[in-house]
Each structure stands twice: as C-alpha cells, then as structure tokens.
Design a protein. Sequence first.
Length: 438
Amino acid sequence: MTALMTVLGIVVFAVGLMVSIAWHELGHLSTAKLFKIRVPQYMVGFGPTIWSRHKGETEYGFKAVPLGGYIRMIGMFPPGADGKVSARSTSPWRSMIEDARSAAYEELQPGDETRMFYTRKPWKRVIVMFAGPFMNLILAVALFLGVFMGFGISMRTTVVSQVSDCVISQADTAKRDVNNPCLPSDPVAPAKTAGFKAGDKIVEFNDQPVGDWNALSKDIRDGIGPASVVVVRDGQRLTLHPTITTNTVAKTDSDGNYVDGTVKAGFLGFSPASHIQPLGFTDSVNHMGDMAKQGVNSLISLPKRIPDLWNAAFNGAQRKPDSPMGVVGAARVGGEVFALQEPAINRVMTMVMLVGGFNLSLFLFNMLPLLPLDGGHIAGALWESVRRKAAKVFRKPDPGPFDVAKLMPIAYVVAGIFVSFTLLVLIADVVNPVKLSS
C-alpha cells in the first residue's frame, strides 16, 4: 500500500507540474494574442510531439518530456543592420546571433510584418514576457491562501509532546540511534529530572505568563540556571523547578524558525506539541511574504551550495534538508507525502503547498534578468525604452529596437550553466535525495 501511495503522490505532483507549466505558457500566449502577435505554437513539454491540434493560427499540443514548455512567437529578434535575417559569419559567436535571428523568422508569412514581437512597444513586450511568471505567482498565492486560510499551518504550542531522556548536542543528534539515542555518559535532561510529562501545558515561566512557543523558546534559551515553571496537568496547576543547562542547539531566526547553524543556549529538554491553526488574511499575506524572502535568499545562495551538492552527489556526504531540489527530487518528496501515516487531508494540503512552492520558485527564477529567461527579455525591452527616451530628451536619432539577439552568446553560456547545475541536482536527487524525514 505504501508503494502504491508513493507512486500516486509522484503522479499527482507530475500533474501539478504540467498544469503549472501550461498555466505559465498561457500567460505568454494570451497577452501575445492580445497585442496581435502571431503565435504559431503552444506546447507543454519538450521532445517529440505526442498530441497536437490546430485552432486558428496556433498549434496546441503536448510533447513527450514533461519538463517545461514554450510558445513560439514570430519575430522575437529584429533584423540585422543590413535588414537581412539569414546572413552568416565565420565567427562562432556571430553565428549564434545570426542563428537566433534566423530562427525568429523561420515561419514568417505574408502579413506578419506588423505582427512580430519586436515591433511591439517595449511596455507591451514587458507585459508579454512578465505574464508567464506572473501566472505562476497568481497560482502560488491562490494555493497558499487556500491552505493558510482554509486549512491552516502547523504551529508549535506550549504543550509538552515528548520529554528528552538526556542532553545531546545538535551536532551529535544525527549520529545517534533514533530509537535509543542516549549514552550512559550523557547527562539526564533537566525536564526529565524536574518531572515534566507529555501533555503538560506550560503557562508560566519564572513568574511570567507564557504567550506562545516562540516566546517560551527564547526564555528557555536565555534562562540558563534555576527556573520556576508552572504547568497545567490533568486540570491542576503544578510548579516545577528545573535547572536549565547549556547545550549546542539549532539556531533560530527572530521569528523562532530554525535556520542553518548551531548556537550555545539554554536547554530544558522537551519537544513541543503542534496543532493546525488557520490564519487570517493579513497573517497569511505576511507568511507568504516570509516565504518569498526565503525563496529570494535561497536563489541568491545557490552558487555557494554547489560544493555541498557535489559532495552529496559524488562523495557520499549527507544531503542537507534545505539543499536545492529539481523536479525529480520534488516528485520523490511528493511520493513520500502521500505515503505518510497522516490523515488524508494533511497529505493533500502538504502536496498543495509543494506545488505552490514550485510555482513561487518558477516565478522568482524566471524573473532573473538573464537570457534565455523571461527576465532577460524584460530587461532588454526596458533598456530599449530607456535608450529611446534618452535619445528623445537629448534630441538624438531614434536608436531603434534593442537587438536582444546580440546577447545570445551570453544566453548560451547562461543556459550551459543552468543545464550543468540541473544535471548536478538531478544526480544528487537520484543517488542522495532529500527525504521528507530530514
């Protein structure tokens, strides 16, 4: 049954991936048609076509490899200085430019002279290229809001879920037996010595009322030494007197979320219980804002994660929980989600969050101002607008369309880097995947 649910989870994620890609390309398609740009093809996937049909002037279809999609617009690049689109050069870099320019005109038909992408005003081109990532952002926001407001998120409470038997540093935790982690030489956890039990609700800490888990966690980390803790057990208030010890624990940010690294801090020795708490609209928006910040930070930190990925893929190093994942890795996590021994609604909501996170990542990644990404074309259109306005202000001749094709050599380099990184992530996802339990 577990294997069946794992396969089902992978299939569900794959469907979510395909819908997300089709939704992205629909943004490009709809705005291109709105501005009368001819679009010969709308495809989901790459490789051989497995199904297609023509409707009007556009061919719609699916291809065999479900790892992306595209629409093909007429005239993505302007003609060269000589007005020709098929000139050739012995320079390999120049050939890249000319090949890209030729491809943009390969389906040119009579009447297309006024329907080419490059002939549209820069602001229209920006809209066409931005519409794809924006559709992913819309879908991510819709999925996140649905989960946060309609179902809720897991929040740690001040109720004791489990009392630790001993004091173990964060660095040693991964090296211990999960079922029997304590060694005879390990000190007894302060919470166990003081008599804490699962189900205790902590209501006071050092004579101060306890508000939420984040505040309590900070108090414990800062409160090394004797402490007074009031708990409610079986409806009765009970005062316990632990002596908080120092331990190497996971680092947290200002909101109490765990981040990379460890720190020396106070340690009591219990795990908090969690519950599902629906959020209001404002809290949901704030939570999405935090997720977007984390996404941007993760994108910025990608280069420095390459050594860890390489070691995880080829040297047997432990794969970090926040390691970058590709489509294969995310699909495996989707399979694990459906195989969890959790209520069905929890698994479905986790899958929805996974698809929402994928769409948020698509938006952020595609907004990078680099060709061949959408952000690269947006940057080119904006630069053209700046050049033309500057020429008008200084009463100089109109410089004309900015030739994005001249940046194609850089685009090939960027694409090569992306492909290499994708292959590295793919290998790591296959030989040393990120597991949900991590």
